[in-house]
Design a protein around this ligand. Sequence first.
Ligand code: URA
Length: 425
Amino acid sequence: MDAIDVIVTKRDGRELSREQIDWVIDAYTGGVVADEQMSSLAMAILLNGMNRREIAEWTQAMIRSGARMDWSALPGRTTDKHSTGGVGDKITLPLAPLVAACGGYVPQLSGRGLGHTGGTLDKLESIPGWRALLSNDEMLDVLNKAGAVICAAGDGLAPADKKLYALRDVTGTVESIPLIASSIMSKKIAEGTGALVLDVKVGSGAFMKTVERARELATTMVELGTDAGVNTVALLTAMDRPLGRAVGNALEVTESVEVLAGGGPEDVVELTVRLAREMLQAAGVSGKDPEEALKDGSAMDAWRRMITAQGGDPDALLPKAAETMEITAPSSGVLTRLDAYGVGLAAWRLGAGRERKEDPVSFGAGIMLHAKPGDMVRQGQPLMTLHADETSRFERALAALEGSYTIGESGDRDLLPLVIDRITA
Ligand code: URA
């Protein structure tokens, strides 16, 4: 087998055989296939696509490049959620302990943020003492104590994807649905969860800008999960406006704790409860109803156990940014549009996100939204508060927000519904 043969097969629009797929993933991970050859193959895949069999075999080959985790020692069923990422999407934080409080076990491997969407680990790291890096034994220990663990994926999980994703990032080959789906699902299947709910975001603040592209990605991932024996369901959800009122690491932790205390913004609560029910149903767990677990304090108890078991202090004061700036409504009317991408970019420029993988984030930086689309506002009323460690960051954040909200006459008729569609096998 050689790399040119595999590249030419896909360049000419033909199907890759299982032998070709297994060989090229293995040879690329081992350094036998060069980066320039793999980037050429990735471009051929982006242009000519892969069929269901090819995507499934590509995914399995990436899983086999590393370790597959095993949770059979737990006394109950595992279930997890993956979101394709969005602005203000802190749902994992209340969701994992909520599902644990209802009888599911959640072994969640998460990432750090890059670009305008935040990363779950960055958010949790704003809690003093909390540790993202756990060994497999420590993960099992936290799962036994709290029913949920959220931590970083180790280097041993789908190393082929790690290498390929970094290459796609610099070769214009990220936006291929077969490559995105196999990348996400190789990690989720290797994580060893028994059931999986995918939250595929749609809109300006999401990876997928249209419902059609999001549906195609969701269907491909549901097929991959199902073919691998993981009970998989996907929801398509709105990311044309930010989720909740808080955007930024510590600000989002505070909002998540409000949800666990039985309060919090309506959209965050609604999506958290919906995803929790989907996760429990996909795993076949019929315990307490999630709405009940938010009311009776058991979800909050699971959160406190999970944070404490990972070295964090759930009662500690969270970092605050040194400077704030208020943006007020320029006129009276209805806030008809609040663009997720603009808000995400502004929060990132305030210091909530990072430009390069190795950059630190500011835990206190971000944006608090005082009005959401559909709300009436009066001229001069605060629309949002920007938080940053240095005042010099405000100017570029304001530039990102320019044109990203509209105050008009009508209500929220242009908004996507919070849950747009549900995709099953
Ligand atoms: N997230 C991933 O893990 N992989 C992709 O290809 C895109 C998003």
